[in-house]
Write a protein of this length. Structure first.
Length: 51
């Protein structure tokens, strides 16, 4: 329980597509990618500074 399979992910993707529309999805994807990249940089940067 608690894991997302392919059908669930497709439903979530369809809902996001309906809510945000096709024109705003690329910007939304860029924003999410940038946030993930910044988070990873902070996590790895924090480990390097402490050691």
């Amino acid at each position: 329980m608690g894991s997302l399979g392919l059908p669930e992910l497709l439903v979530i993707l369809a809902i996001v597509f309906i809510i945000f529309g096709a024109n705003r999805l690329p910007g939304l994807g860029r924003g999410i990618g940038s946030a993930i990249r910044n988070f990873k940089d902070e996590v790895t940067g924090g480990k390097d500074e402490k050691s």
